[in-house]
Ligand binder design. Structure first.
Ligand code: SF4
Length: 64
C-alpha cells in the first residue's frame, strides 16, 4: 500500500500517530509526516485504520 498525506489539510489531531505509530509521526508544530517504514510502501494493516481515523481525510492509501 502507498501512503499519501495532505500536509496542508492536516490539523495535527494525532489520531494517525496513535493508531499507526510505526508509520506516522508529527513535526514540531504537529503536522503529520510519513516515517521511513511507510514511505516506500507498507503492508501494515494499521495504515487503513489511520486513514479512517483522520478527521479531515488527510491520509490516502492506495493499493500497489
Ligand atoms: S489524523 Fe489526520 S489530522 Fe490528525 S495528525 Fe494525522 S493526518 Fe493530521
Amino acid at each position: 500500500m502507498r501512503i499519501s498525506i495532505d500536509r496542508d489539510g492536516c490539523i495535527g489531531s494525532g489520531q494517525c500517530t496513535l493508531t499507526a505509530p510505526a508509520l506516522f509521526a508529527q513535526d514540531d508544530v504537529g503536522i503529520v509526516y510519513v516515517l521511513p517504514e511507510g514511505s516506500d510502501g507498507t503492508d501494515d494493516p494499521s495504515v487503513r485504520e489511520a486513514e479512517l481515523a483522520c478527521p479531515v481525510q488527510a491520509i490516502t492509501v492506495a493499493e500497489d
